[in-house]
Design a protein around this ligand. Sequence first.
Ligand SMILES: *[C@@H]1O[C@H](CO)[C@@H](O)[C@H](O)[C@H]1NC(C)=O
Ligand SMILES: *[C@@H]1O[C@H](CO)[C@@H](O)[C@H](O)[C@H]1NC(C)=O
Ligand SMILES: *[C@@H]1O[C@H](CO)[C@@H](O)[C@H](O)[C@H]1NC(C)=O
Ligand SMILES: *[C@@H]1O[C@H](CO)[C@@H](O)[C@H](O)[C@H]1NC(C)=O
Length: 495
Amino acid sequence: MNNLISAILFSVAQATCPITSSHTLAYLSDTTAGVTSETVGWANDYFTWLGTATGTTFSAIGLTATNIQTDCNLSSFPNLRTFFMPGGNAYTMQKTLGSAGKTNILGFLNRDQTNPSAYVGICAGGYYAAMGYYWETELFDINTVGAAGDNYQNFLNYVQGVHYEGPITDIRDEQYSFGLPPGWFRVVNTSNSQIMVYFGGATWNMNQVAAANDGLTHPVLYFNDFWGNKNLGNNMPAAWLYRTSTSSPYRAFLSSVHPEADNTGGYVQPGTVPQNNIYQNYAWLTHYVNNVSSTNYPTPATTLTPIINENPPHSTGLTANCYTTNVLFCDDFEIPTGSPIGLMYQWNRNMWDGYDDSVTWEYVQPWNVTYVSGPGHSGAGFASNFNTPSTGGGFNMIPASIMTAPVTTASTTNTLTYYYRLNRFGTGFLQVSVSYNGGAYTQLAKYTTNSLSWTKATFTLTANQPNTVVKFSCTTGSTSISYYCNIDDISISHT
Ligand SMILES: *[C@@H]1O[C@H](CO)[C@@H](O)[C@H](O)[C@H]1NC(C)=O
Ligand SMILES: *[C@@H]1O[C@H](CO)[C@@H](O)[C@H](O)[C@H]1NC(C)=O
Ligand SMILES: *[C@@H]1O[C@H](CO)[C@@H](O)[C@H](O)[C@H]1NC(C)=O
Ligand SMILES: *[C@@H]1O[C@H](CO)[C@@H](O)[C@H](O)[C@H]1NC(C)=O
């Protein structure tokens, strides 16, 4: 390319980039690129509020996907300090911004820090910053090759090699279409004694993803109303900071909750969060925008002072009542002592892994690992498999499985005990199998004869085995809910 043509192209490109030297924050405002009119509206309202503070230099500019892909070289604006990614759909963000958008944002974040540059990602903006995510039980990341040309390779991967997970299934079970009222969002109590909107954002310590213990990630807020997985950690983060090395400042703020949300946009109804709490959340968010961007934006005065408190709320996790001496794993499907009413679904699911071996999306959850109304073998709760048909087609002959959380068996005698009931049709069955240390599952039992009253089963498991997992698989052989596999009072214990 000769110099004249490149000079013309350069000036055209600069002319179409809306960023000027007065802008200090840029954000994706293009609703074709994974953000929504609600989340862009929330961001706009927050930026407008922040821009009204006395003496501020803060100024925000919305960008289209094309601006980010081709028009603007983000790292060429020395006064631009923050790239802000609102919520929406992280899959669409990475697909639409593609590798050009990813390269531009990473170039900005990795530029010479004489002009510091930071990433603020809310909800989907948090998932997008990672290598990928577990969407409940399913993994999507930069190595995933999806069906029908779906690509996942352009997650930002700024939080390198790390997966996040979500959504919190108590609020909305996306994968199995099992939503609890009030549906998509909920106002949650956060560990700093504020209240914020949750809309499906990323977290860890929930089911699949343990905290990265490398000094790069620093939680600043936790969910107060939800426990983490007792095997991964007791607390689930609601917001955290990230840095690329332990000798660098934190340069990313990622939030599962929406501190920037107000009661506009249609999802979150007027009056959902009182206005003074919204301003308190704005001020809290600004503290962390300043932290990662090395800025010092003042905020307008707020009636409620933002609470900077980064302490985790739970010192212990919830434990089922059936955990007694020498019990390695148990679930009696009853509500443990001390647990908050109505918030048991996620806690209970955390003890289990995998729901369906082969069918993934848009199906009714095949194993109802929750407190099904009894009578169970003991108490009211038990786990139930109904092979309910879905609008996408039945899966009645495909076994659905649940697996116990992994345990290490003792050097003495290890006993698996459970109670089951079976009412199967045709070729339906309930199968129980075990895997040691990542090996193949071997069958312990396969029931094909109906047993309508609770029946006890006991097996001796191999001693000294790390990563021992017991799997219960069922197909009822029918789409009628008259047919079922039930299990209750499962325990792995040792002498
Ligand atoms: C973007 O701007 C930076 C800083 O001015 C410069 O180093 C870099 O080469 C530019 N990138 C492109 C693709 O033009
Ligand atoms: C938040 O905490 C208050 C006080 O403990 C409680 O009454 C309320 O139900 C909690 N909110 C949610 C959404 O759990
Ligand atoms: C940002 O917040 C973290 C966590 O509280 C703190 O360790 C760090 O010193 C803060 N950085 C700045 C620049 O204020
Ligand atoms: C699962 O159990 C819950 C609680 O008893 C119940 O409300 C829900 O309908 C059940 N879902 C299915 C698919 O069986």
